[in-house]
Design a binder for this molecule. Sequence first.
Ligand code: GDP
Length: 299
Amino acid sequence: KTALFDNLSEKLGGILDRLTGRGSLSEADVDAAMREVRRALLEADVSLDVVRSFTERVREQAVGATVVKSVTPGQMVVKIVHDELIATLGSDGQTIDLNAVPPVAIMMVGLQGSGKTTTTAKLARRLTQRDKRKVLMASLDVYRPAAMEQLAVLGRDLDIQTLPIVEGQKPAQIARRALEAGKLGGYDVVLLDTAGRTTLDEEMMSEAAEIKSTANPHEVLLVADSLTGQDAVNLARAFDERVGLTGIVLTRVDGDGRGGAALSMRAVTGKPIKLIGTGEKTDALEDFHPNRIAGRILG
Ligand code: GDP
């Protein structure tokens, strides 16, 4: 339990602990507690719809619940909230699924600036160094030569191959070329770093959908900034509906955001958060642990 988490415990304790000895939680008690829970979630930047459905689920479990002697009513509600957060955030041990005929294509999607290119390099590094896979990276960002160059530089630093840049090709053509090169070169994994834009738009979505139907990726990972807040829901929903996601990578978890985006995106898409980015360097990629984010969200 983190200090932040104890904070909500204290607040709920203040509201509920006068009930000690009464046996079960009434609707009025639970409603008072839910106001604090709602406030904590909104402060953590969880989207409004998700806050509503979440507190409703907690409320149903809490009303009428028998308070056992060993805990205070406040502690009991905190435990219900905590367990429901974990249940919503998903299970530990989510992994990148490489269980397919090689080269396994993994497509990275997301807004510009979300950390997509950095995350592509981080994932390539992990798959190469830890999992001993032969990885090819390809930038499909034909609009920003600097982005293509950025991936090439990261590849050189890490000693991981990037697909040679050929000017004038469309993203789907580059994807096809990457998979052919992957096959010919005996690669296990081909990472496709797609172009992002600064806002959700139709062009980005239709391009991503076209790349997906060409490359038939085994994983489609949404790279999303954990500081995104209320927009996280629209972002995740749009990508999932138009392109179809298999997982989410949350970046900038090292920042001072409270992680509400994790809960929002997971609740809306049902897709697992597979990895988190915790820094600018290419070794700053970690597995996702729901209990850590839960503590942070509870504030
Ligand atoms: P892209 O436009 O989505 O490809 O974004 P980039 O990969 O170029 O990343 C944008 C900026 O965010 C760069 O300065 C990265 O170093 C930084 N960045 C990416 N991931 C993380 C992260 O997990 N933590 C921190 N602190 N910075 C990150």
